[in-house]
Design a protein around this ligand. Structure first.
Ligand SMILES: [Ca+2]
Ligand SMILES: [Ca+2]
Ligand SMILES: [Ca+2]
Length: 331
């Protein structure tokens, strides 16, 4: 049984750009952050970003937590995919081919001020903003095979953290920023690993003969959500950060992918893939209950990323705080 990551790699090795796009759709898991030591993230007004084929090419959209008010942030004919919000919610890192190659970009959370921060041949993808906002982890095959990299949030000081001949992909920071989870097939099949944030001391957390992929570290640091096909279909699982106490959260008939913790740790977003052209984003409580569909299933909607509410003072109108979504709708 092939994992989605395996399928993705097989497809990405073909030269057809369309297969590259499909590969990207299947490729990564969203990552979220929470500012360590701060009050619990504000869930009211929070939006969820994702990428979608609904406008005939991949663009990044956001919706409210009930799936309403979709906003296309990129609206560009190139591939725009894999959003990751900065911890303060003010910026979004994403992947685009608008300059001819898969590179990582950063934009404001309202879609303005797009800046490219990588410029290397090959796939540079799956950005994951660090909990302190200063760095972005990502994956690149610039050496010929995927490794986990880290760079400053402006693209400087790019460092290969894994530097391993296996495929190392889909970084997810621990909430204290000290460790990074990822998946790798270095033992012959895909497993979830964690390593120190400098790349040292990788530990295999899953040790299972079936495919384990797409880690998402919980905001309190105690759990890691991931995808496994150990029962014949890719489903969302949860384990503690030592790799024990594993439990399956979902029982969809569809393949599932991209688990992503909400910043307050109460919910997970994930994707159900109904077929090659239809995938829907759901949220659920961390015990698997209270399923909510955020998208209508008419397109491929994947890679959910929780977008913390970016607050700003609007004192002239007597309102202390206004969220980005409200600002955008009023413009
Ligand atoms: Ca686009
Ligand atoms: Ca590139
Ligand atoms: Ca495995």
């Amino acid at each position: 049984m092939k994992t989605q990551a395996t399928l993705m790699m097989n497809r990405s090795e073909k030269p057809n750009p369309l297969t590259h796009i499909i590969s990207l759709i299947l490729a990564a898991v969203c990552w979220i952050t929470v500012s360590q030591g701060e009050a619990p993230a504000q869930m009211e007004g929070m939006r969820i970003a994702f990428h979608s084929t609904r406008d005939d090419n991949l663009d990044i959209f956001t919706v409210t937590r009930d799936g309403s008010d979709p906003i296309n942030l990129t609206n560009h004919p190139a591939v725009d995919a894999f959003p990751s919000a900065s911890p303060d919610g003010k910026r979004i890192a994403f992947v685009s081919t608008r300059d001819g190659d898969f590179e990582i970009y950063v934009m404001n959370a309202n879609g303005t001020n797009i800046t490219r921060i990588t410029n290397q041949p090959g796939f540079d993808t799956s950005p994951r903003w660090s909990p302190n906002g200063r760095q972005i982890a990502f994956e690149s095959d610039r050496t010929g095979i995927f490794d986990i990299y880290v760079m400053d949030a402006d693209g400087r000081n790019q460092v290969n953290l894994t530097n391993h001949p296996a495929k190392d992909r889909m970084a997810s920071w621990s909430p204290d920023g000290g460790q990074i989870a990822f998946h790798s097939n270095r033992d012959g099949n895909f497993e979830i690993y964690k390593m120190n944030a400098d790349g040292s001391a990788p530990v295999n957390l899953t040790n299972h003969p079936d495919g384990d992929s797409s880690p998402s570290w919980s905001p309190d640091g105690s759990r890691i959500a991931f995808v496994s096909n150990r029962h014949g279909i890719n489903r969302v699982y949860i384990m503690d950060d030592e790799g024990i106490h594993r439990a399956n959260l979902t029982k969809f008939k569809a393949e599932e992918s991209f688990p992503a913790w909400s910043p307050d740790g109460t919910q997970l977003a994930f994707v159900a893939h109904y077929d090659r052209y239809h995938a829907t984003i759901y949220t659920m409580d961390a015990d698997g209950g209270a399923l909510v569909s955020l998208t209508d299933g008419h397109s491929i909607d994947v890679s959910p990323a929780w977008l913390p509410v970016a607050l700003r003072a609007v004192s002239s109108e007597g309102r202390l705080l206004t969220q980005w979504g409200m600002i955008k709708r009023r413009q």
